[in-house]
Structures are given as C-alpha cells and as structure tokens.
Design a binder for this molecule. Structure first.
Ligand code: FSO
Ligand code: SF4
Length: 553
C-alpha cells in the first residue's frame, strides 16, 4: 500500500485506493494532500487558540485554509508541486500564529497538543517522508476514523462553496471558525463517537449557511436564475469551453472575450451559468457543449478550442490526447503540464488573455448535438410558479416530486438514474441540481400542464434552492414536518461537495434519503447504522423495486 484514499464514490473496489487513485491521483500527490491536511490542522490549533484569547491573526490565513481544503477535493488538483508549496507556506503561517500567541503571553503546552502543532520540516524530501504517515489510517478505531473523515469531507465541500462566495466578496467569519474548529476536533482523541456524531450534524448546519451565502453572492452579482432554453449546438467561430463552478471566473471570461470573435461555451457544472440574466446578455455566450465531467476525454477532443477549469472535476488526459496543450486551470484546480491562470488582484480581474489568444488559432467546435435543454428553476423562479405547482399538486396532476440532485460519474451502475427518470410515472416531477442531471436532462420526459418534468435548479450548491423550495411548500401546505411533503429523495453522489449537501439536508430534518449508486466506503458499519437509525438513509436497489417503494405501490 503506497497511499490510502476513500473519499469519493469511485474508490477502488468500493473500499479505498491504495496504489493509485481511480481518479488518476498518484500516490505521491495523495500523500502530499494528506500532509497538507495535517498542516491545516496544525494551523487551526493555533487560530482556534488565538480566537479564544483574542489574539489577532492575519485574516488571509482563513483563505489559505479553505483554499487548501478545496484543493484536496476529488479531481480538483493533481499537481504535486502545488501541494509541496502549500505545505511550506502552511508551516510558515502556523509558526507565525504560534509566535503571535507567544508574544501575547499565551504559552500552549505543546507536549499536550496534536503533533501537527509542532512538527517541522524544511525540504520536499522531509515532507515526502512524513506524508506517508499522516493519512486516514492513522486513526485506528474504525468508527472514530469514519466520523472524522465524514466531517473532514463535509468541510472540504463547505470550503469549496465558501471560496466561490469569497470570490464574489461574500464572507461569513463563522464558516471559517467552524472549519478550523472542526479540523482541530478531528485531532482530539478525547471526543467520543457521540461527540463526533453531533459535530457531523453541526457540519450540516454550516453547509446550509455556506450554500445560502453562495446563493446570495451569485444572485446579488448576476441576478436570479430564470427559465432558459440553453442551446447545445455550436456556431462557426473559435470557442473557449469553461468548466467547473466558479461564476466569478465566468464573468471575467465573458467580459474579456467580448468583441474578440471568440465564443464561450459551458461544460458540465458550468451549464447553469446560462440561466443567469447577467450572463445571458452576452451574444458570444453560445450555450453548453457536451455533458458531465467524465465525458471530457471525447468532448474536449471535438471541441477544438482551449478549455478552462475553474474547479473540479478534472480528468487527467490520456497520453495520446490532442487537447492536453489546450487545457488551462485556475483557482483550486491544477494539473502538472496545464497552464495555470493566477488569482486576480483585489478589485481586479483574472487575466484570461493567453486563453483568448490561444482560441483565436483554433478551429471552431465540431457539432456533437443540436437543440436545446431547459433549466433555471432555482428557488426564486420556482416560487413565481408556485400557484401553478401547488394547483397541480392539489388537483392530483403532480403526484410526487423526486429530488435527484448530486453528481454524475463514470460507473456503469449510474445508468440506473437514466432508467429511473425514464420509468418514473408521468405524474411525477424531478427536481435536480449538480451534474447528476446529465443522466436524464436530455430525455423527452415532457411536462405536466406546462411544468417541465425535470426542473434544474443549477449547480450542486443550488441544492440549497431545492431545500428552500421544500421549506416554502411545507409552509404553503401548512405542514409541520418537511417529510410530510410529497417529495422523495434519490440522490447520486460522487465527491465531497455531495457530502456537505447530504449533511445539510440531514440538518434540515430530511429523512429517508436514498443514496447511490453505492454508499460511501468511509462509513463504517456502525456509523452507517447510526445514519440508518437516525435518518432512515439507505442505498438503492433496482429501478423497478425503488419506483414501487417510492410510489408506495
Ligand atoms: Fe459534479 Fe464534479 Fe458539482 Fe462535484 S462536476 S461532481 S459534487 O465536482 O461539484 O456536481
Ligand atoms: Fe480514489 Fe476517489 Fe481518492 Fe481518487 S479521490 S484516490 S478515486 S478515493
């Protein structure tokens, strides 16, 4: 075993990647990510103490921590040098906060602190030696390990959403405090399994807060998503394909490409950018090209133009890929050999001119499909249709809603979601968000009295919209319990943002969520049992069995 990672749904053999990640992450990168997490814990021990003793510390440290967490998310950053540099910087930062505490007369007894508070090294070789010995398996008790990792993955997702909000100048200090306190809690051997279960639920509360903050950031900057027909065909100009989740990057790119003769298309999780009024006004914003993240190998080939990754999910290109020299990363995303566009200076924009110049030399995209898909059903838009929707429920035209939010992935078993959507009774409506939608958003599922049978709220973080809609419907129908609504939850997960979405739903009191295509490998049997008993969480069976069960037939 040269590494251990079990944070995503595609983990090897459903138990853990031990030699190389199924995602393409090599063992040395996986280990260096573990070391970065270890260093972030060390920093957090001191920032927590600094807050408790009212000692000032540089606020840039908050960003360093959420950015570091984000970079270790599945499929975001494969560049070992990025992690080595972050470890170096992290140790430096930790030592500064430690010194600030000392200067303020606060002496912590380091012999009683977690090792991450005092471990010191100076060279990449020393880092590498340490990196193999600080990972997940360091926690021996499998239930404690399971809960620690569930919390860690939750805060990784939280960190991602926090960063997108930060990029739009929306911050919530409480989120930073929670992330850091939770990191410290994962080093605390005195916490019982019950304490950690409580912290898991608290993580969900902050998940709701982070998604609400991001929702506010996105809608304040770009308006409320509105019903939109998104073109999935192409035009005859060179184009840039933008993927990931960061809308601020989308804005900078659209501004800088205007009038250059270069078109812009979204891929995968950037599709919902098409629903925002502020982006729709750009004539050169053509629409969406292709499908979800795992189809990138074929779709980047035929796109012909450069591709910009603002976040995950990035798939390492095959050796013979013709597009490798056309891929750019920015923000938390990274890959050795791809050009990385640096951060914007405060008040400025990122400089995407190298991508634009590159695009001008490329052929236009090859058309892979034609037509339109409809989306833009975030909470504001859905609430404008509330009368119609409530009327359809009352008349029996809509019998049930199915929340099918979450992620897509490569596994064949995910065909379940296409079949499930296709075979659902015609008096049901699917509420979706995240890249899970690509499994059924091009099926001819029709509408109910003009209400499309697939309502796409947006990106995975827009699952918040689905929760807002559910809470509003609970109010309208004057129910006491969100679980009394005719809404079933059949969620697909892949990476850690889906973990925070799940924890957020649990915090909001949603019960009986079905999670697939497989349950997380990081849930020990006992922890899985707690989730089953407390929240009624379960996996999926066959499409036929599940539809029967959901429709109470
Ligand atoms: Fe998908 Fe990837 Fe958005 Fe994730 S593109 S899988 S949950 O990064 O964040 O839904
Ligand atoms: Fe394996 Fe997933 Fe970890 Fe990648 S992120 S190494 S696929 S468990």
């Amino acid at each position: 075993m040269s590494m251990f990672c079990f944070q995503c749904q595609e983990t090897a053999k459903g138990t853990g990647c031990t030699v190389k990640g199924v995602c393409g992450k090599t063992d040395d990168v996986a280990n260096m990510q573990d070391l970065l997490l270890f260093v972030l814990k060390g920093i957090s021990i001191y920032t927590k103490a600094a807050r408790e003793h009212d000692v000032e510390y540089d606020k840039k440290i908050n960003k360093f921590i959420f950015d570091g967490l984000f970079a270790t998310i599945t499929n975001a950053n494969f560049n070992k040098n990025v992690f080595i540099e972050k470890v170096r910087e992290g140790l430096d930062i930790r030592n500064k906060v430690r010194l600030a505490l000392k200067n303020a007369g606060i002496e912590l007894d380091e012999s009683k602190l977690h090792e991450s508070a005092s471990w010191q090294a100076f060279t990449p070789d020393e880092y590498e030696r340490k990196a193999t010995n600080v990972g997940v398996l360091k926690t021996e008790n499998e239930d404690v390990r399971s809960l620690r990792e569930l919390i860690t993955y939750g805060i990784k997702g939280l960190a991602a959403y926090t960063e997108h909000a930060y990029n739009l100048n929306h911050e919530n200090e409480e989120l930073y405090k929670f992330m850091q306190d939770a990191l410290v809690a994962t080093t605390d051997d005195s916490l019982t399994a019950d304490d950690l279960v409580a912290l898991t639920l608290e993580t969900g509360k902050y998940g709701v807060d982070a998604m609400a903050l991001l929702d506010k950031a996105n809608t304040t900057a770009y308006g409320n998503p509105e019903i939109t027909k998104v073109n999935i065909g192409v035009r005859n100009n060179p184009g840039i394909l933008i993927s990931g989740h960061d809308l601020r990057d989308m804005e900078d790119l659209l501004k800088q490409t205007e009038g250059t003769g270069v078109d812009v298309y979204t891929h995968s999780e950037m599709l919902p950018a098409n629903y925002y009024p502020a982006f729709k006004k750009y004539d050169h914003f053509v629409g969406n090209y292709g499908n979800s993240w795992w189809k990138q190998k074929e779709e980047f080939e035929s796109f012909n133009g450069p591709i910009l990754f603002t976040t995950n999910c990035l798939v390492p290109p095959p050796k013979n890929a013709t597009y490798s020299d056309k891929v750019y990363t920015t923000g938390a995303a990274g890959f050795d050999g791809f050009t990385h566009i640096p951060d914007r200076k405060k008040g400025g924009q990122k400089d995407f001119s190298p991508i634009i110049e590159h695009a001008k030399k490329c052929e236009p995209p090859v058309e892979i499909e034609k037509g339109e898909i409809v989306g833009g059903f975030a909470h504001n838009q859905v609430m404008q249709l509330a009368d119609k929707i409530v009327g359809a429920v009352k008349s029996g035209a809509i019998k049930k809603f199915f929340v099918m939010a979450g992620c897509d992935g490569r596994m064949k078993s995910r065909e379940y979601y296409t079949e499930f959507a296709d075979q659902l009774p015609k008096d049901t409506v699917i509420l979706t968000a995240g890249c899970a939608k690509y499994r059924y958003n091009k099926l001819p599922l029709g509408d109910i009295n003009g209400i499309p049978r697939v309502l796409d709220a947006g990106q995975c973080n827009d699952s918040y919209s689905l929760a807002v809609i559910a809470l509003k419907l609970k109010e309208i129908f004057e129910l006491n319990d969100i679980n009394d609504l005719p809404i079933a939850y059949n969620i697909a997960w892949y990476e850690q943002k889906a973990v925070i979405v799940l924890l957020a739903l649990l915090y909001l009191g949603v019960k009986n969520i079905h999670l697939g295509p497989t349950l997380p490998a990081f849930l020990s049997p006992n922890v899985a049992n707690v989730l089953v008993k407390k929240f009624g969480i379960s996996g999926i069976k066959t499409v036929e069995e599940d539809i029967k069960m959901f429709m109470n037939e």
